[in-house]
Design a protein around this ligand. Sequence first.
Ligand code: SIN
Ligand code: FE2
Length: 216
Amino acid sequence: MNLDLFTPDDLTPANVRLAPQAVVLRGFALPDEGRLLRELAQVWEQAPPRHMVTPGGYRMSAALTNCGTLGWTTDERGYRYTRHDPLTGQPWPALPASFMALAQRAAQAAGFPDFQPDACLINRYLPGARMSLHQDKNERDFRFPIASVSLGIPAIFLFGGMKRSDAVQRVALQHGDVAVWGGADRLRYHGVAPLKDATHPSLGAVRVNLTFRRAG
Ligand code: SIN
Ligand code: FE2
């Protein structure tokens, strides 16, 4: 995997380095698209996306669900990982093989070998939905990176610093792009700007983000 920045004679979509240990791998998930979407549909059947409430009482504009041993949830009592889906009482659906393989390959390409995710948070955004700046910090061990797969309509990813008030880079994430951040950049603030109206040939007016973590 070539992690060089764009050069004028480079005709392939350029990867983007956001920070020393943070990169966007352009189109990295495209070869897996068909299988990812089939397995996503199966996960959604067992554990449908739903709008959760933050501890501050706000309804999240993205609808979320999980697959993997652990799933991230939020309600009035706080943010946490659980083994069971609070909606159904069932264990979260297992991480599909295509999800696991993609997350590991992307982490490896970004310089993080030995990534063993046990959690995949699945966010579904419709036009207008957003994700405010936050740190991913409910995981047990920050040595493992975050691998984040974008599918469907584009979004502007906001990538900041260690403080909420730090300057933010804005980078468009397209269908098939994979962002990976870890190491010294693991706790950077990040978020998603409100999505513009658009339609994707496979997913319609929807963006899906798969965020892989080692949570437990
Ligand atoms: C997240 O940080 O949980 C989601 C990021 C994204 O949707 O790209
Ligand atoms: Fe996040």
